[in-house]
Design a protein around this ligand. Structure first.
Ligand code: HEM
Length: 375
């Protein structure tokens, strides 16, 4: 029985929220108006939620969100992201060389830690042009930073995430100052920080946006790569479909094992979702993973078939907060997975079945130990 056989929208007394598992119903909330993303409005968020920097667009509502997004979005156009493909490919190849070295030294390889996490981190560090020092700070702080995004983050989690955001900000502040000073008038560098500095964003907003890119872009992309690799090793017959059409394959891997399990919203006024009355001030939890397996939209939804030409799921959200980094994440996952399976066609999992990490919000593995052929 799939989740939507139960009821696509229902009140869950345990969490104190309306739970939405149907694709159409979840989509309608994401695309509708009168919903808030601001944790300060959520009846479930602890008081510490107000300490989350107000410069993160993910947690803002219109008109603040509209303004921030309009200023940041030009750095993320499909064309500007596609232009990054050779740099992303080079990052992936360098990470694969490291894997080769580990295998040659007889080391055990954990594809999540030794590849999944490294690719997006190296890409973000390269985009922001912060060198090895920056990558090290980011790698250290992001596991704490992503607690910002956990829907059930408690006071301690939020304090830790805010402290991590501060560490990242402290590292980036002199970088920003230097970059502002370095660019003669009218000239901007080609890195993201320089292009953000060239907009009307305040310095705090540029810093907040960098923190958000790290928080939103690292754990998620790492999990898409590792979840995708795990699925492909479980279904090796599908690897040929990955090589035939990487973009289509990534879309299907995202639907089946997307890194984001749920998205929260608070009703600002009385709402009706899928025929269910949702009073003002209520929290709704949109179960992205269940919505992506809604049998009313995808026939035989659990079947792994990377040739499926189905509609897109909600793995990147929808509506005004639709993932700003979607094109970059798709590009990274396609490059990472195709190049990994081209380099190591005989890759095998060491665990007989996947070990999923306990998290309310993220769908990711504890680890992905693999056996790789020696070259
Ligand atoms: C928003 C998923 C990668 C930046 C979102 C949302 C989802 C999502 C579901 C919407 C949240 C909501 O509506 O509340 C993912 C997944 C990724 C990924 C699954 C990887 C597989 C990235 C990357 C970046 C990024 C690589 C940037 C480097 C953002 C930003 C937002 C966002 C800035 C907020 C947009 C807004 O509020 O308007 N992402 N993301 N994401 N994502 Fe991603």
């Amino acid at each position: 029985m799939s989740a939507v056989d139960v009821a696509p929208v229902r009140w869950d007394a345990g969490t104190g929220a309306f739970v939405v598992t149907g694709f159409e119903e979840a989509s309608a909330v994401l695309r509708g108006s009168g919903w808030s993303s601001d944790p300060a409005n959520s009846p479930l968020a602890p008081p510490e939620a107000t300490e989350v920097p107000s410069t993160l667009m993910l947690f803002r509502d219109p008109p603040d969100h509209t303004r921030l997004r309009r200023l940041v979005a030009p750095s993320f156009t499909a064309r500007s992201i596609e232009a990054l493909r050779p740099r992303v490919a080079a990052v992936v190849e360098a990470c694969l060389d490291e894997l080769d070295a580990l295998v040659a030294d007889g080391e055990e390889v954990d594809l999540l830690a030794d590849f999944g996490y490294l690719v997006p981190m190296a890409v973000i560090a390269e985009l922001l042009d912060v060198g090895v020092d920056g990558a090290e700070v980011f790698l250290e702080q992001t596991p704490r930073l992503v607690k910002l995004l956990e829907i059930d983050a408690g006071p301690d989690d939020l304090s830790e995430a805010v402290a991590a955001a501060l560490e990242v900000t402290m590292f980036l502040t002199p970088v920003l100052a230097q970059r502002r000073a370095a660019g003669p008038e009218g000239t901007v560098g080609t890195d993201f920080i320089s292009s953000l500095l060239a907009t009307d964003l305040s310095l705090d907003e540029v810093l907040g946006t960098c923190v958000l890119l790290l928080a939103a872009g690292h754990e998620t992309t790492a999990n898409l790569i590792a979840n995708g690799a795990q699925t492909l090793m479980e279904h090796p017959d599908q690897v040929t479909h990955l090589h035939a059409d990487p973009a289509r394959a990534v879309e299907e891997l995202l639907r089946l094992h997307g890194p984001v399990k749920l998205i929260g919203r608070t009703a600002l006024g009385d709402q009706t979702v899928g025929g269910v009355q949702v009073p003002a001030g209520s929290q709704v939890l949109l179960l992205v993973d269940a919505a992506g397996r809604d049998p009313r939209r995808w026939p035989d939804p659990d079947r792994v078939d990377l040739t499926r030409n189905g509609p897109a799921g909600l793995g990147f959200g929808a509506g005004i907060h639709f993932c700003l980094g979607a094109a970059l994440a798709r590009l990274e996952a396609a490059e990472a997975l195709t190049r990994f399976f081209a380099r190591f066609p005989g890759a095998q999992r060491r665990d007989p079945s996947p070990r999923w990490r306990a998290s309310s919000t993220f769908h990711g593995l504890e680890a992905l130990p693999v056996r790789l052929p020696v070259h």
